[in-house]
Design a protein around this ligand. Structure first.
Ligand code: GLA
Length: 731
C-alpha cells in the first residue's frame, strides 16, 4: 500500500518509491499540507507554523485567536477564511456571494487510478501500480463538495492530482477558478525554472530566484502556447543535473493555464498549476460536477536530471497510448520545406522515391492537398482532395507511395476555417466570432466553433472519409493560430465564459475519435511547430513537431529545454536544407543529422535536389539512427553540457535501461585554433562494467568514463558533430 492514514489524528501519508507527501487535518477542520520530499517512514512531522501568533491576521472563527489560515500551509486554499494568498478555487453563488469555505469531510482509498471524464490523464495498466486517495472537502453552507484526487505511482516518484467540484445545492453555482494542484512550501529558498518561448524559439529555459509576491506563468491564447509551457520546477539553490532537491509540475492540458509561485509575508511559498481563471467561468447546475485537468508532480532528490527522467518514464509509458507507445517510429520525409504549396502528384512521388532510396520509411504529404489550397489564404475547412494538384485523387497517390514500400501520411488542421472556403460560404456562423466586432485573423484563418457538436462531427466525418479511402498510416494534426474571437453563437449568455475550456474538450473529443477509429495510425501533434507541446497532447499523439525552426543550432536549445518535461521519443526532429529556411545558417549535413537524431528522426527537404554526396551521408545517417532508435524510444536521457551556459559545445547522452549501451552526441559550436582540452563525463553507467568505444576499440570501465572522462575530438570548422558509442564487453 502506498497510502497510510492515521484515523485518529487524520494524517494522510502518500509514499512512492523515494517520496513522501503528507497532509493532516488541523483544528478539526482544515486540510493542511505537512511535507513533500524524500521518503520518510513516519508521518511524525512538526507543523511549524500552526500556532503562530500574527499581528494583522484574522482568525477564521473568532473564538480561537491563536492561528490564522494566512500562515497555515494548505492543500486546497480558497482565499477566504483569513487566507489572503492565491486561491485554488473561486465560485459565485446565486445570492452573489463569493466566499468559499472548505472543511474536511471524509476520505476513501481506491486501488489503481480512475480515468478523467473527457480529459487526458496518466493511467495504470493494472491496479497494483498505483493507489488513489480521494479527500472530500465541503462548503457546508453552500453545499458544494470539493473532491481532491491524489494518485501515487508506487515505482515512480510521481503524484498526480486533480479535483472534482460537485454542486449538491438546489441552486446554480458559477465556478470562476479551479486549479488542479496547489502546494504550500515552508520556505521560499527556491529557484523557479520555466520554459518560455515564441514561435521558432520554443521552450527556452529561464531560472529566477523566488521573491516576495506572485510570479505567474500562463497562457491566455486558448492553446498551451509557444510563449509559455504548462511546466515548471522549483529547485533548491545550487541544484544541478545530478544534485539537489527539485519539484517538477506539469499540467496535462492543452489550453489556457496558470502556474506559478507566491511568496508570502513569512517567506513561505505557494505553488500551483491548473486551468487559468482568465476569461473562465463554468455554470454548475444542481447535481453537476466539474472535473479539472490533471497535474503531474515529480519530486527528485537528485537534481533536474532525475526529475526529467521520471517525467519521461511516466509520459512515454503511462500517458502515451497505442501501438507506437512501444514501437519505434518510422523515419519520415515531409514535403513542407521541400515544396510548400507548390507540388504535383508526380513531384511528390519523385521525392518519396528518393527518400526510399535513402532508407526513409514514411512519406508525409503536408499542407496544400485539399480544396483550392495554393496558399494560406483559403480552403481550410474543405477536406476534399485538390485534383488539380493531385490528379487521380489521394487513393491513387497513396497507392503509388505504398507501392514504393513506404508508409503514407497526411497533414490536417481540423480546428480551422478560412473565409475563402466552401465551408465558410455555407456556414459563416461556424467560426468563432463576437457579434458586432471585427474578426481577428491570424494566418488569414479563423477558429471553427468546435464547441458545437455538428461542427466537429462535420469536420471529422470529412477527414474520416479521406483516411478511409486511402489507408493513411500517419496523421499530422496542426493548429496554426491562437484561439480568438471567443464567442459561440450556440451558447447562452451565461455560458460564454466556458468557450475556451469547451474548445479544448472538443479538441480532445475529436482526437479521441481519431485514435479510436484508427488504432494503428501514427499520430503527430503540431501547432505552428511546438505551440502545443505538452502532456495533454501526448495522450493522443506519441510524437509532436518540436518547432518550425529546423536550424540545428537553434534546435540545441529548443530540444534541451523541451527535455526538462517531455520524453525525447516525443520530439519530432528533422534534417532540413541549408541555408536554413528559418535562420539562414549553414551547418554541416552530419551535424543536422546528429541533432535530429535526438528525437523522432526525419527529413524536411527536397530529396531530389540533394547531391550524391548528401544522399550517401543521408543513407549512412539513417543506418546510424536505426542503431540507436531504441535508445531514443526507451533509453534514459542525460543532459551533459548546457547550451544556455555559453559553452562552446553541447552534449547529451542516451543510456539503455540495462546500462549496456550508451551514445553521447553533441555539437562543437565554434572552431578554435589550438584549443584546450575539453573533457566530457558520460553518466548513468555501471561503474564496474567495461565499455568499448565502437570506433576506436578502446575499452574503459564505467567508473573511468564517469569519473576521469574522455577528451572531445579535435575538430576544425564551425558546428562540428560529436558522437561516441560505447557498448559493454566481457573482457
Ligand atoms: C505549420 C507546421 C509546419 C507546416 C505548416 C503548413 O507551420 O508547423 O510544419 O505543416 O504549418 O502550413
Amino acid at each position: 500500500m502506498s497510502i497510510w492514514v492515521d484515523e485518529e489524528q487524520k494524517i494522510f501519508h502518500l509514499q512512492s518509491k523515494d517520496t513522501s507527501y503528507i497532509m493532516r487535518v488541523v483544528k478539526g477542520r482544515y486540510l493542511a499540507h505537512v511535507y513533500w520530499g524524500k521518503k520518510i517512514h513516519t508521518p511524525d512531522v512538526e507543523n511549524a507554523q500552526l500556532n503562530r501568533w500574527i499581528s494583522f491576521g484574522a482568525a477564521p472563527d473568532g473564538s480561537d485567536k491563536s492561528y490564522s489560515l494566512d500562515y497555515i500551509r494548505q492543500e486546497y486554499p480558497t482565499g477566504c477564511q483569513t487566507d489572503y494568498r492565491m486561491p485554488a478555487v473561486q465560485a459565485v453563488f446565486e445570492d452573489g456571494s463569493r466566499a468559499v469555505e472548505l472543511v474536511y469531510e471524509s476520505y476513501r482509498i481506491l486501488p489503481g487510478k480512475p480515468g478523467l471524464q473527457g480529459l487526458p490523464a496518466a493511467y495504470v495498466e493494472n491496479e497494483e501500480e498505483a493507489d488513489t486517495l480521494e479527500i472530500t472537502l465541503s462548503d457546508t453552507l453552500k453545499h458544494m463538495k470539493v473532491i481532491l484526487m491524489y494518485t501515487v505511482y508506487k515505482e515512480l516518484d510521481v503524484i498526480t492530482r486533480s479535483v472534482k467540484i460537485r454542486n449538491e445545492s438546489a441552486e446554480r453555482i458559477r465556478l470562476e477558478k479551479a486549479v488542479s494542484a496547489s502546494v504550500d512550501f515552508e520556505t521560499s529558498d527556491y529557484e523557479l525554472l520555466d520554459l518560455p518561448g515564441a514561435w521558432g524559439r520554443e521552450r527556452h529555459i529561464e531560472k529566477t530566484k523566488l521573491r516576495s509576491g506572485i510570479q505567474e506563468l500562463q497562457s491566455r491564447r486558448g492553446a498551451s502556447s509557444h510563449q509559455m509551457n504548462p511546466f515548471f520546477a522549483l529547485a533548491e539553490p545550487g541544484a544541478g543535473e545530478d544534485r539537489g532537491k527539485v519539484y517538477g509540475f506539469a499540467l496535462v492540458y492543452s489550453g489556457n493555464f496558470t502556474a506559478g509561485a507566491e511568496v508570502d509575508q513569512i517567506f513561505q511559498t505557494r505553488a500551483w498549476i491548473g486551468l487559468n481563471g482568465y476569461d473562465f467561468s463554468w455554470l454548475l447546475e444542481s447535481g453537476e460536477t466539474f472535473q479539472t485537468p490533471e497535474a503531474v508532480m515529480v519530486y527528485s532528490s537528485e537534481g533536474f536530471g532525475k526529475m526529467s527522467r521520471t517525467f519521461h518514464q511516466l509520459f512515454r509509458t503511462r500517458l502515451v497510448r497505442g501501438r507506437y507507445r512501444d514501437e519505434v517510429r518510422p523515419i519520415l520525409a515531409n514535403n513542407w520545406e521541400a515544396t510548400y504549396f507548390d507540388f504535383t502528384e508526380d513531384r511528390l512521388v519523385e521525392i518519396a522515391a528518393k527518400a526510399k532510396e535513402c532508407g526513409v520509411e514514411l512519406f508525409v504529404l503536408d499542407d496544400g492537398w485539399f480544396g483550392k489550397r495554393d496558399n494560406d489564404f483559403c480552403a481550410l475547412g474543405d477536406w476534399v482532395v485538390n485534383e488539380d494538384k493531385i490528379k487521380g485523387g489521394l487513393p491513387a497517390l497513396a497507392e503509388r507511395i505504398h507501392g514504393l514500400g513506404l508508409k503514407f501520411g497526411l497533414w490536417v488542421e481540423p480546428e480551422m476555417i478560412n473565409e475563402d472556403s466552401d465551408l465558410y460560404r455555407e456556414h459563416p456562423d461556424w467560426a468563432l466570432k463576437i457579434p458586432g466586432r471585427a474578426m481577428n485573423r491570424s494566418r488569414h484563418q479563423l477558429n471553427l466553433d468546435i464547441t458545437r457538436k455538428e461542427v466537429r462531427d462535420h469536420v471529422m466525418n470529412q477527414i474520416f472519409s479521406v483516411l478511409d479511402a486511402c489507408k493513411v498510416d500517419y496523421v499530422k494534426w496542426d493548429m496554426n493560430r491562437s484561439v480568438d474571437n471567443v464567442f459561440s453563437a450556440a451558447l447562452p449568455r451565461e455560458c460564454q465564459g466556458e468557450v475556451y475550456h469547451r474548445y479544448v474538450l472538443a479538441v480532445y473529443e475529436m482526437m479521441e475519435s481519431l485514435v479510436q477509429r484508427y488504432p494503428d495510425l501514427l499520430f503527430e501533434g503540431c501547432s505552428g511547430g511546438g505551440g502545443r507541446f505538452e502532456a495533454g497532447m501526448l495522450y493522443y499523439s506519441p510524437q509532436i513537431w518540436c518547432s518550425d525552426n529546423t536550424d540545428a543550432i537553434d534546435r540545441l536549445k529548443i530540444q534541451y529545454g523541451t527535455s526538462f518535461g517531455y520524453p525525447i521519443s516525443a520530439m519530432g526532429s528533422h534534417v532540413s536544407v541549408c541555408p536554413n529556411h528559418q535562420s539562414g545558417r549553414i551547418t554541416p549535413f552530419e551535424t543536422r543529422g546528429i541533432v535530429a537524431s535526438a528525437g523522432t528522426f526525419g527529413y524536411e527537404l527536397d530529396l531530389i535536389k540533394m547531391s550524391e554526396e548528401e544522399k550517401k551521408i543521408a543513407r549512412g545517417q539513417i543506418l546510424k539512427y536505426k542503431e540507436m532508435e531504441h535508445l531514443v524510444q526507451t533509453g534514459d536521457y542525460y543532459r551533459l553540457v548546457n547550451p544556455f551556459e555559453n559553452n562552446n559545445h553541447v552534449l547529451w547522452q542516451f543510456v539503455s535501461k540495462d546500462k549496456k549501451e550508451t551514445v553521447v552526441c553533441g555539437v562543437r559550436l565554434h572552431s578554435e585554433a589550438n584549443p584546450h582540452i575539453y573533457l566530457f563525463y558520460p553518466q548513468g553507467l555501471d561503474a564496474d562494467m567495461k565499455y568499448e568505444d565502437v570506433v576506436t576499440g578502446k575499452v574503459y570501465t564505467g567508473a573511468a568514463l564517469m569519473k576521469a572522462g574522455l577528451p572531445l575530438p579535435l575538430t576544425t570548422g564551425d558546428y562540428q558533430p560529436i558522437k561516441f558509442t560505447f557498448k559493454a564487453v566481457e573482457r
